[in-house]
Structure formats: structure tokens, C-alpha cells
Design a protein around this ligand. Structure first.
Ligand code: AMP
Ligand code: MN
Ligand code: MN
Ligand code: MN
Length: 276
């Protein structure tokens, strides 16, 4: 069974509309599918309808941006009630400030010799509430400043590089409480992507667990194959359930297509173990 619990529609920084994304995942062989847009649940109803129509099991989700130890970390919520008031209000508060941040990013890029990036990125934005670094990355490729999206994130938009604007997101405690309050399961997204020393990662896992977080992503398109085993071991060590998902954003733009993501390694309990 192909269970894919992390991907993005054009309600955040993916390119496919929720219904088109459901069809794409289904055609790629996904049996159980979660939509997890950044800081947004506006696509869930359309995704659920389209997924159900083709016989795919649907899991309502979200990927919340938080700031922890002065770094941006992503917390996925699965099986959430997307109409829960505290969650909806918390996400709205988290989104606010993205537009102003985008304008500052563009000012920096202009000083670095790339004018017009705000308008350029905006062409890729479908949800005006959710301007993301990904939209800028697409424009930086379009205008020839970089040859690929990974190159953009090596040269621009990240700490110490032009176009990086530090931003304070939600707290870990808020994100976990919004997710749990909406009946969901909190999952640390792509733990291998953060730049903590080993000690920092352990501190994040401990605090997350204490707050009621229950899972980490083990197999994700944002991990290298080596990291699948590293985070399977961390899941066992900390007693977390293991999640799996492509982190798909767009055809051809993604590191791993739906059909090519490997299954979870043995010895971990899947986050979906008691869902069906
Ligand atoms: P934001 O929420 O605006 O800070 O944008 C974060 C998004 O940028 C992530 O969800 C990814 O889609 C994208 N992103 C960040 N780092 C990278 C990277 N190294 N390579 C490709 N995409 C990235
Ligand atoms: Mn993204
Ligand atoms: Mn993420
Ligand atoms: Mn993601």
C-alpha cells in the first residue's frame, strides 16, 4: 500500500490545484493520501472530494511553519479537523506577514542585481495569502539568475545569502496544540533537513514529545536515502511513530516522484498503523 502523507497544492507552494493533485497522486499509485499545504487548510475540501471520487483514502493535513531555537522547523498535522477554530485562526496568524516578507526579500534581491522579483514571484502565487520562497525560486530560474531550484537555495533565499529575511513563525507549543486541539497527530517534518548539532535535534525531539507530538517523518523526498535509516533509528529511540511522504510540489520539480519513494524501513511503527 502506497501511503503518502506530505504534499503541496497551489493553495501553498505547489503548482497543481487540489483536485488535479489528487488525480496525479492516484495515477502515480498512491492509495492513502494527505494534502499538507504550508500554513493553510483551504484546499482540503476540494482534495477530499477529488480523492474520494477516485477511491483514494484521504487524510486531511497541514504543514505548520514554526520557529524553534531561532530556526525554521516544519510540523505536519495529520487527521486534523480543518474547520477547528483555534487551528484556523492560528494558521491565519502564521500566514500574516508573508507578503511583507516577500517585499523585503525582493528589495534585497534588487540590491543583489535582480530587479522585479516581487512581481515576478507573484505570477507564480495562486493564494495571495501564501507567498513563499518557492515562488521566488521559480522566478529566479525563469529570469536566468539560476539554472535550477536547488541552485537558488544554495545561492539565494537562505541564511547569509541575498533574499533571506528572518521571520518569526508560530511556536512549537502553539503548532502542536493547534494540531492536537483539532484532533490531529503532530509530526516533525523532514528532521534531517535542519542544521542542529545532534544535541539540538535531541532537544527538539524531547520537547516535541513532552508537548504531545507523536511522530517524525522517516522516508521523505526531503531526506537522502542514508537518512531513512538514521531517522528510523531515531523514531525507535524516541518512541515516535514513523511517517512517509514525497513532499511533492510540482511535476519535474520534485526530488522524488510519488511512485519512486521507498517504503518505510522495518522496525518502525507507521503513523497510520491504527487508521484502518
Ligand atoms: P517559506 O515557507 O516561504 O520559507 O518557503 C519554504 C519552502 O521553500 C519549502 O517548503 C520548500 O518548498 C522550499 N525550499 C526550502 N529550501 C529548499 C531547498 N534547499 N531546495 C528546494 N526547495 C526548498
Ligand atoms: Mn514548500
Ligand atoms: Mn517542509
Ligand atoms: Mn512540505
Amino acid at each position: 500500500m502506497n501511503v503518502d502523507l506530505h504534499c503541496h497544492s497551489n493553495v501553498s507552494d505547489g503548482v497543481l490545484a487540489p483536485a488535479a493533485l489528487a488525480a496525479y497522486a492516484h495515477n502515480a499509485g498512491v492509495d492513502v493520501w494527505a494534502l499538507t499545504d504550508h500554513d493553510e487548510v483551504g484546499g482540503i475540501a476540494r482534495a477530499r472530494e477529488a480523492a474520494t471520487a477516485v477511491g483514494m483514502r484521504f487524510v486531511p493535513g497541514v504543514e505548520i511553519s514554526i520557529t524553534w531555537a531561532n530556526q525554521t522547523v516544519h510540523i505536519v498535522g495529520l487527521q486534523i479537523d480543518a474547520t477547528n477554530t483555534a487551528l484556523v485562526n492560528g494558521l491565519a496568524a502564521t500566514r500574516s506577514g508573508r507578503d511583507a516578507r516577500g517585499r523585503e526579500m525582493a528589495e534585497q534581491l534588487e540590491k543583489a542585481g535582480i530587479p522585479g522579483a516581487y512581481e515576478g514571484a507573484l505570477k507564480y502565487v495562486d493564494n495571495p495569502d501564501l507567498m513563499s520562497r518557492t515562488h521566488f525560486a521559480r522566478y529566479l530560474v525563469e529570469c536566468g539568475a539560476c539554472a535550477s531550484i536547488p541552485e537558488v537555495f544554495r545561492k539565494y533565499l537562505t541564511e547569509g545569502k541575498p533574499g533571506y529575511v528572518p521571520h518569526r513563525w508560530a511556536s512549537l507549543q502553539d503548532a502542536v496544540s493547534w494540531i492536537r486541539g483539532a484532533g490531529g497527530i503532530a509530526v516533525i517534518a523532514h528532521p534531517g533537513r535542519y542544521k542542529f548539532g545532534v544535541v539540538g535535534e535531541g532537544a527538539l525531539f524531547d520537547e516535541f514529545k513532552q508537548l504531545g507530538g507523536s511522530a517524525i517523518e522517516v522516508v521523505t523526498g526531503s531526506h537522502t536515502p542514508d537518512q531513512y535509516d538514521v531517522y528510523a533509528e531515531q523514531a525507535r529511540r524516541y518512541g515516535f511513530l514513523a511517517s512517509r511522504g514525497t513532499d511533492f510540489h510540482a511535476p519535474g520539480e520534485t526530488r522524488v516522484e510519488f511512485s519512486l519513494l521507498p517504503p518505510l524501513p522495518g522496525g518502525v511503527t507507521p503513523v497510520w498503523h491504527d487508521w484502518f
